[in-house]
Each structure stands twice: as structure tokens, then as C-alpha cells.
Design a protein around this ligand. Structure first.
Ligand code: ATP
Ligand code: MG
Length: 394
């Protein structure tokens, strides 16, 4: 019965030139999501609204599920299209619509007609009244409530006539591409994919970097990160995943620095390298899955010492979240099952039994001077050997 969707979006903060960018980005992301669905669709934009029209057979549930991944959409209204074949025929269509969509007639409703095509012979007020009457005649159990109707029945007169009343909630947020780009430090854990999701939800396009430490971390651990990037790309659009071989750097730090400072110094090198890639790829910030107090490297002192190496802003959307709250989001967005697969992580391999929890910046900086001889060369080599994988959900 439904042949189209009206896509609603919140317009807050979307004015002037921004609005144009916002709508363009939204259309682009909708098209990206629809590529994963059976059937052909046309996406059209008129001021303030976006329509998705099916041009072939399509799977309703699959289409709705995919539209629900598009940030910026606040609601998805399934629409019935009918040709303009006179007012009587229109009333029949509306009655038919109500019968199918609300099999249980114990509802209150109100008609909200809109004459977008001004040459239609009946004006909106009269349409409201007459269509309302037709519905009441057909279903005596249904009642009108003009103040707080359970069902707001929209009838829009355009070239064709659009009938809709249901609003399926969208994910909210802003369309990816409307707010610049940032570089996600993506590990195989639970947190970082969620962090990427949350920043993408604010309209930020994301690329990612993964620090790989072969042979200490396996190909399966890397594949897991590729898979996680794939799931996140279902929301964010294609992700350029930079795989950086971190082994030599890690070994060198292990050799030259106190072991209880290994993690924090490693984290500083990850941030430095991520920032270099970010600058080369027009990313305007870094994203991590850090949350205060979760592990030794995420105490406030450790975060401060890690942060000190970056000039770009570091977005930490999970900073105030409990683990359970992060797990809830990861389950909802579909990354959890992959995140908990038990492959080793490069950070866990050399971890000290008692890592520092209150690192002192001056001490850390002094110990980093032990690395002077070779570290620049090793960092450069890692960057030169950057393997870029384009990840996109099919
Ligand atoms: P996650 O669940 O995201 O792995 P975590 O609880 O394991 O987080 P840490 O290992 O301290 O926390 O890492 C903190 C953040 O540093 C991660 O959220 C991620 O953004 C980044 N990070 C850690 N390890 C890597 C890695 N191997 N490659 C890329 N980024 C990493
Ligand atoms: Mg981790």
C-alpha cells in the first residue's frame, strides 16, 4: 500500500546557507542507506521536506530499518500516493487507508489537509471537514478530537495526493557531512566504535586509525577492527581506515622506558601519529572512546598527559559514561557482539602489572627523551607504510 516516505528532520540550527548544506548532506546519506535496500528509489527535496519514492517493488521493513540509520532524520512517515481522480475517489482512498492502517477503530483523529496545489477546487478548511465526515460515516466508532487527536491524518494535495499519519521515529542528530570530518582512534574494544557513532551522529564524517602490532596482534584482531568499522559505516558512510604498524614503536618504548609508563607513552605516540594523519586528511579533530577512570590510562591525570601531545581538539563523547551505558549503546547499534570477540589488543600485550595512574608530565617527558635516537624515524616509517582500507557497509 505505501509507495513513498516523507522524511522529517528537526530544523533547529538549520538556517540560511547551513540549511542547504544540511539538506544536501541528508539526501546524500539517504541515498547511501537506500543502496542497501531491494528496489529503486527516487529521493526528492522540496523546501522543508524530503520524499523517498519507490519506483519499483520494495521491502517496507528493510527500507524503514535502513532509513533509521540516517542521522538527521527525526521521523519517517510512510505515505500512500493516489492519483487525483476527483474528490469522491479521494474520500474512498482515505477511508481505505484508515481501514488498513487502523484495524482497531477505537481511536480519535483529526484531518490535516493541505492544498499545496492551489488550483484544486476545494480549500483546506473544507477538505478537513468533508474528509472528516467521510471517515466518520464509514466508521462510527472513530471519534474526532481537534485538540489532542491520537491520529493526525495528513492529506496533501500536490500533483498527486499524499496520505499519511504514522511517524516512525528516526535516529535524530545531524546528517553526516554537515559538520566536517574527524579521525577516530578505533581499537577492537567496546568503547571506540560507540564513540565514533556518537560523533558521526552530530553530522561529522569520520575516518579511522587502528594501531596494529603484528605478530603480537593477529590478522583476526585486525579483521575485527575492519568489521567494526563496517558496522559504524552503516551509520556514518564510508570510512577510510588507516592501519598503522605500531610494533617497532611499541618495542622501542618497551626497551627504553620504565615499564609502568609504557601504556601512557604508547598512548601519547598513538595520539601524535593519529594527529599527523588527521592533518594530512583534513580531519579537524580526533575521537577516542575514553571515559574517566575506566582504566589506569584514563584517570584524569593520564588523560591530561595523553592530551598534551595534541593541538587538534580531542572529542571524547563517552567521557562521563559508565561502562553499562556504553554497552547499552553498543548493543543497540550492533557493534557489541563483534567487540567482545576475544582477540588480543596491542595495548594489552605489554601492559605492566601496576601501570602509573597519576603520571607526572615532566617525568614522562624526561623518559621520552630516551627515545630520541630512533623514534622520529620509526614514526615516519609507520606513517609511510600506512595501509588504507576503504570500509563501507553493503
Ligand atoms: P576500547 O574499548 O575503545 O578499546 P578501552 O577501554 O580498551 O577502549 P584503552 O585501551 O585505554 O581503552 O583505549 C582508549 C582509547 O584509545 C580507545 O577508546 C581508542 O579510541 C584508543 N585506542 C586504544 N587502542 C587503540 C588501537 N590499537 N588502535 C587505535 N586506537 C586505539
Ligand atoms: Mg582497547
Amino acid at each position: 500500500m505505501f509507495t513513498a516516505f516523507l522524511v522529517k528532520y528537526a530544523e533547529i540550527g538549520v538556517k540560511g546557507k547551513n540549511r542547504y548544506l544540511f539538506e544536501e548532506a541528508l539526501v546524500r546519506q539517504i541515498k547511501y542507506a537506500l543502496k542497501r535496500c531491494e528496489g529503486d528509489f527516487e529521493v526528492t527535496r522540496t523546501p522543508g521536506r524530503i520524499y523517498v519514492e519507490a519506483c519499483s517493488e520494495f521491502d517496507f521493513d528493510e527500507t524503514v530499518d535502513n532509513l533509521k540509520t540516517v542521522f538527521g532524520i527525526s521521523g519517517i512517515c510512510p505515505v500512500v500516493h493516489v492519483e487525483d481522480e476527483g474528490f469522491e475517489k479521494l474520500c474512498e482512498s482515505v477511508v481505505n487507508y484508515m481501514d488498513t492502517v487502523y484495524p482497531d477503530k477505537n481511536i480519535t483523529f483529526k484531518v490535516q489537509a493541505r492544498r499545496a496545489r492551489k488550483n484544486y477546487p476545494i480549500d483546506s478548511m473544507e477538505l478537513n471537514r468533508k474528509i472528516g465526515e467521510a471517515v466518520l460515516d464509514a466508521f462510527p466508532q472513530i471519534r474526532v478530537d481537534v485538540h489532542e487527536p491520537e491520529v493526525l491524518l495528513h492529506v496533501e494535495i500536490r500533483e498527486k495526493i499524499y496520505i499519511y499519519s504514522r511517524i516512525i521515529p528516526g535516529p535524530g542528530g545531524m546528517p553526516v557531512g554537515s559538520n566536517g570530518k574527524a579521525m577516530l582512534l578505533l581499537s577492537g574494544g567496546i568503547d571506540s566504535p560507540v564513540a565514533g557513532y556518537m560523533i558521526a551522529k552530530r553530522g561529522v564524517k569520520i575516518d579511522a586509525v587502528y594501531f596494529h602490532a603484528p605478530p603480537y596482534t593477529s590478522d583476526r584482531a585486525k579483521q575485527k577492527v575492519v568489521d567494526l568499522a563496517g558496522i559504524v559505516s552503516g551509520y556514518s558512510g564510508p570510512i577510510y581506515l588507516h592501519v598503522i604498524n605500531f610494533t617497532d614503536i611499541q618495542m622501542y618504548i618497551y626497551e627504553k622506558c620504565p615499564h609502568d609508563e609504557l601504556t601512557i607513552i604508547m598512548r601519547r605516540y598513538m595520539m601524535r601519529i593519529a594527529e599527523r594523519i588527521a592533518r594530512d586528511t583534513d580531519c579537524m579533530g580526533l575521537i577516542t572512546g575514553e571515559s574517566i577512570g575506566q582504566v589506569a590510562s584514563q584517570t584524569v591525570q593520564s588523560l591530561a598527559v595523553t592530551n598534551e601531545v595534541c593541538a587538534l581538539p580531542v572529542f571524547r563523547p563517552l567521557i562521563g559514561f559508565d561502562k553499562m551505558e556504553i554497552v547499552d549503546i553498543s548493543e543497540r547499534i550492533g557493534t557489541y557482539e563483534t567487540s567482545i570477540l576475544p582477540y588480543e589488543d596491542c595495548c594489552t600485550i605489554f601492559v605492566a602489572k601496576h601501570p602509573v595512574t597519576k603520571p607526572n608530565l615532566n617525568v614522562i617527558k624526561r623518559h621520552e627523551t630516551n627515545l630520541e635516537e630512533k623514534i622520529d624515524e620509526l614514526v615516519q616509517k609507520a606513517l609511510d607504510e600506512d595501509e588504507v582500507i576503504v570500509v563501507s557497509k553493503r
